[in-house]
Each structure stands twice: as C-alpha cells, then as structure tokens.
Design a binder for this molecule. Structure first.
Ligand SMILES: NC(=O)c1ccc[n+]([C@@H]2O[C@H](COP(=O)([O-])OP(=O)(O)OC[C@H]3O[C@@H](n4cnc5c(N)ncnc54)[C@H](OP(=O)(O)O)[C@@H]3O)[C@@H](O)[C@H]2O)c1
Length: 286
C-alpha cells in the first residue's frame, strides 16, 4: 500500500519507518525539511502532494493550528480530491478539532478517523503503540490491521471526538502523576533518604506506575532526552482543561498544574522531555 505521513517528527518518522518495514511504500511531508532529513523515507513538497501519492495518510503534527494548516492551508489535504483515500489524525487535539478536520476531509471526498495514541518514542520504535480510535465502525475495521502493524492494540471509543476526549483525559492524569512523582522524589532526596532503598520500596507501593518505569531512572541522572516534550504536555493540559470547562467538570489539581507547566515553559525547556519538571522542582527546592 502507498502510505503518506504528514508531520515527520519524533512519532511520525517512526510510524513511517514501521510501515516501511511492514512492506509499504511510504512518503512524507514535514514543514521544516531539515528536521526530517533522517526520516528514512522520501519527502514530498506539501500535504496535498502526500495525498496525491498515497491511499492512506497519517497526520502526526503538533497541535490544533498545525492540524488546520495541513488540512485547510493553501496546500492542505482538503484542497485536492481525496476520493478513495483515508486520512487518520494521530495528533493530540480536542474533539472539536478532529470533528472540524473530519468535515474538511469528507468535504473533499475522503474518509476520516481520529487515532490518538499512547506509547511514546519507544512504543513507536517497537511497533507497540496503543491507539484510541474514533470514527465509523466499518472504517475502523478496515484500518485496524494497518494500525496493528505499528501498534499493539486499538480501542474504538465511538464517533469522531470520543477518542480525542479519551486521549486528553489520559494525558491529564499522566501529567498529574508526573508532578506527584517529581515532588515525591525531590522530597525524598531532601529528607536524606537512601534513594536506592526508596525506589525499591516505591516499586512495591500502589502509587508506582508504568510512567515511573519509563522515566524515573533517567530523571534521577538528569537525562531529559525527549520522548514526549514538555511543550506538547503543556498543550495537552490546556486542551484538557478547555474541554473540562466546556463539560463543567471540576479539575482543581490540573488548574494548578497548568500554572506549574507555564512556569516550566518559561525556563525555555519546552523541547525537552516533560520529566524536566524534576529539574524545576529540584531548583525550587534549593
Ligand atoms: N512523543 C510522544 O510520546 C507522543 C505521545 C502521544 C501523542 N503525541 C502527540 O503526537 C503529536 C506529535 O508528537 P511528536 O512527539 O512527534 O512531536 P514533534 O517531534 O514535536 O513533531 C511535531 C510535528 O508537527 C509539525 N508541526 C508543528 N507545527 C506545525 C504547523 N503549524 N504546520 C505544520 N506542521 C507543524 C512539526 O514540524 P516541524 O519539524 O516543522 O516543527 C513536526 O513534524 C503531538 O500532537 C503530540 O502531542 C506524542
């Protein structure tokens, strides 16, 4: 199959490589060509050019404005006929953003699925992503085998918008968990606890998580190489709070977390992994 990737960043490039390994022909487009030079598959000039060469197109861009740009911009996907093509959006955006993209794509004759995911850089490299899927049931059934070539599981939540909600809620919980773990680790250090013993005991505590497995050891040695950037988690916390407000849902802890993320963004660490919160709380505790 001919597959196109729009947005060849940390995840998009690895999704493309995964599909290449599975035997597909992959082309991509990236706004900044130089950043995608190691994508491992050929790049074309525009999202519309990706559409011309592909039957299935995966969009993996930063945020809602980026999604609008690649769908509705002058050389966006919806500017050309998308008849017979399936467009999937894996970018983390709000439900209304995906519903808007769906209208644009369908207006140009294409089919649309939202497929936000979890699993980060390591999951994308290992083909172990977990997809949250929103859209037509029959289209989900047709696309699932392809998604499972780069992922381990698909959860179909319902119509377009439902998977975006699920993703925002999951990331809101994850962001809070990171802050809680960060504060606890800094606190344990300040209390003079033996960290090796503390971590061994933490692993047997109900509060231990997969997140700790992924991040903890690296945080303690100051390795914030980016798997999931602070700037994207900052965006996700904001999107989650906007959606929560629209649904009149109280999220007092996350409201405070938004301020903490804003402080962290002001340090200029937005491109680093979101576990860089540990460096900020450590500095504030000196
Ligand atoms: N990394 C993870 O662990 C992870 C996990 C779950 C979900 N996500 C979500 O997946 C998406 C991509 O994440 P990532 O980690 O791959 O991010 P990334 O490495 O920062 O890549 C972002 C991509 O979006 C493009 N982009 C940004 N603004 C754009 C615009 N206005 N128009 C067109 N393209 C634009 C970037 O192009 P340039 O190179 O030109 O900047 C780049 O290709 C985000 O929505 C993120 O929240 C990521």
């Amino acid at each position: 199959m001919n597959i196109g990737i729009i947005g060849c960043g940390i995840i998009g490039s690895r999704m493309g490589q995964g599909w290449q390994k599975a035997g597909h022909r992959v082309v991509g487009w990236n706004r900044t060509v130089s950043r995608a030079k190691d994508a491992g598959f050929p790049l074309v000039d525009s999202p519309a050019a990706v559409a011309a060469e592909s039957e299935v197109i995966m969009v993996v861009v930063a945020d809602p404005p980026a999604l609008i740009s690649v769908t509705e911009g002058p050389e966006g996907l919806a500017r050309v006929s998308l008849k017979g093509k399936v467009i999937m959006n894996a970018s983390t955006v709000g439900p209304a953003d995906n519903q808007r993209a769906a209208r644009q794509i369908q207006g140009a004759g294409g089919e649309f699925l939202e497929v936000p995911f979890t699993g980060s850089k390591g999951g994308a490299e290992a083909g172990k992503l977990v997809f949250y899927v929103g859209g037509d049931k029959d289209l989900v059934a047709r696309m699932q085998p392809l998604l499972l070539q780069i992922g381990q599981k698909c959860f179909h939540f319902g119509a377009v918008g439902t998977a975006a909600d699920a993703k925002l809620i999951m990331n809101m919980m994850l962001a809070n968990l990171m802050e809680a773990m960060t504060e606890g680790l800094v606190f344990a250090g300040k209390a003079g606890l033996d960290m090796a013993t503390f971590i061994e005991a933490y692993k047997m505590n109900a509060g231990y998580s997969v997140l700790a497995d992924m991040k903890l050891e690296k945080m303690l040695v100051g390795d914030y190489s980016t798997h999931f950037s602070l700037k994207h988690m900052d965006k996700d916390v904001r999107l989650a709070l906007e959606r929560a407000a629209a649904l009149k849902t109280a999220c007092p802890l996350t409201e405070r977390l938004k301020e903490i993320f804003s402080e962290a963004m002001k340090t200029g660490w937005g491109e680093e992994d979101f576990s860089v919160l540990y460096r900020m709380i450590s500095k504030q505790s000196m």
